[in-house]
Design a protein around this ligand. Structure first.
Ligand code: B16
Ligand code: MG
Length: 212
């Protein structure tokens, strides 16, 4: 029986994809590194430093650890200033309805995100007091597909991972959920993940899974 639902943030609750893209693009242009939507797609659910490594695959020179740190900080500063334009209108379709129904059913809800900017994003969209637990990039040393962030969310909720269901939009997130021993519900890209338990276009379909 599902006792808790753990939501991925970016791509499930809100779409910050475009803002990540703009910020990475600014950094890449400054460094004369080719960067496009296709490369950006590979960064979904991937941590900041691992994302940078993917972008640097296309660089002409090798960067030192310190230079890489500086590039990641540059990108993050741009990204954080772009986050100021987010508000509750950025919440993806059906999210609020699903959250309210889960709460009515007594199901615990949590966030499991790779993003270190999770607290800022939740505040911007007005959901910083909504979840029973938040596990994010600040709590973990291994990013998805490692299960750490979802195990951390289950630990904070004090619920057995086997009773948790994860909603994810990235294949790395589905792999992380399955490695944590959880059920995985995929939307968007993640619908095509190999290990998926449930796939849907409409987030409200999660309510049928809960009632099973
Ligand atoms: P930050 P999620 C992920 O969020 C994003 O999908 C990914 O593109 C980003 O690189 C990562 O967070 C780290 O974000 O730079 O803000 O720490 O999908 O796990 O909610
Ligand atoms: Mg995501």
């Amino acid at each position: 029986m599902v006792k808790a639902v753990i939501f991925d943030l970016d791509g499930v609750i809100v779409s910050t994809d475009r803002l990540h893209y703009e910020a990475w693009k600014k950094m890449a242009d400054k460094e004369h590194i080719p960067f496009n939507e296709q490369i950006n797609h590979r960064l979904r659910g991937v941590s900041r430093m691992a994302s940078l490594d993917i972008i640097l695959e296309h660089a002409q020179k090798t960067y030192t650890k310190e230079e890489k740190q500086a590039l990641a900080t540059y990108k993050n500063n741009v990204y954080v200033s772009l986050l100021k334009q987010l508000n509750e209108k950025a919440i993806l379709p059906h999210v609020l309805e699903v959250i309210n129904t889960l709460k009515q059913k007594g199901i615990q809800i949590a966030i499991g995100s790779s993003s270190k900017n999770t607290p800022t994003i939740l505040k911007q969209i007005g959901l910083d007091q909504t979840f029973d637990a938040v596990a994010d990039g600040n709590d973990i040393t291994h990013s998805k597909p490692h299960p750490e962030v979802f195990l951390k969310a289950a630990e904070k909720l004090d619920i057995d991972p086997l009773s948790c269901l994860v909603i994810e939009d990235a294949i790395s997130g589905i792999q992380a959920a399955k490695a944590a021993g959880m059920k995985a519900f995929g939307v968007g890209d993640a619908k095509h993940a190999e290990l998926i338990d449930y796939a849907a276009d409409d987030l409200r379909d999660i309510l049928h899974v809960i009632d099973q």
